[in-house]
Design a protein around this ligand. Structure first.
Ligand SMILES: [Zn+2]
Length: 133
């Protein structure tokens, strides 16, 4: 089974990423490309579960990663599908750890999914419903 590697620094081309997404802040945002997860600090296990899904989506390949990155930028529906899959995995990971936290976890993740980082893909409530489905 393929696996990702965490790189504890910002991606070398972080300025290029920033051109595509003004809300990208390398110090606080984890960025995944191919089989690498770039995080300046410790991303923590739940973020890792989220990013691992993106690695799988890119088949752990930088070439597919480039295609993914471009589609992610230009297609809102692609971005939503890719992020929803990752947020669902993160939700499952967190709920397995703390089953009593379902509502709060769904709310926190829904706020991210519907937030500015991804270009406000949907409303908070739509995100919450999609994540817990
Ligand atoms: Zn994501």
């Amino acid at each position: 089974m393929k696996r990702s590697t965490i790189i504890h620094r910002r991606p070398k081309l972080w300025r290029v990423i920033k051109l595509f997404n003004r809300n990208y802040k390398p110090a606080g945002t984890t960025f995944t490309f191919g089989d690498k997860i770039y995080a300046e600090g410790d991303p923590g296990p739940s973020t890792r579960a989220h990013e691992e899904v993106h690695c799988r989506q890119m088949r752990y390949s930088k070439l597919i990663g480039v295609v993914h990155f471009v589609r992610f930028h230009f297609s809102k529906s692609f971005r939503f599908r890719m992020e929803l899959e990752a947020f669902r995995a993160q939700y499952q990971f967190l709920v397995d750890l703390a089953p009593g936290s379902k509502n709060r976890t769904a709310h926190i993740l829904a706020r991210e999914l519907s937030g500015p980082l991804y270009g406000r893909l949907c409303t908070l409530e739509e995100a919450r419903r999609a994540i817990i489905k």
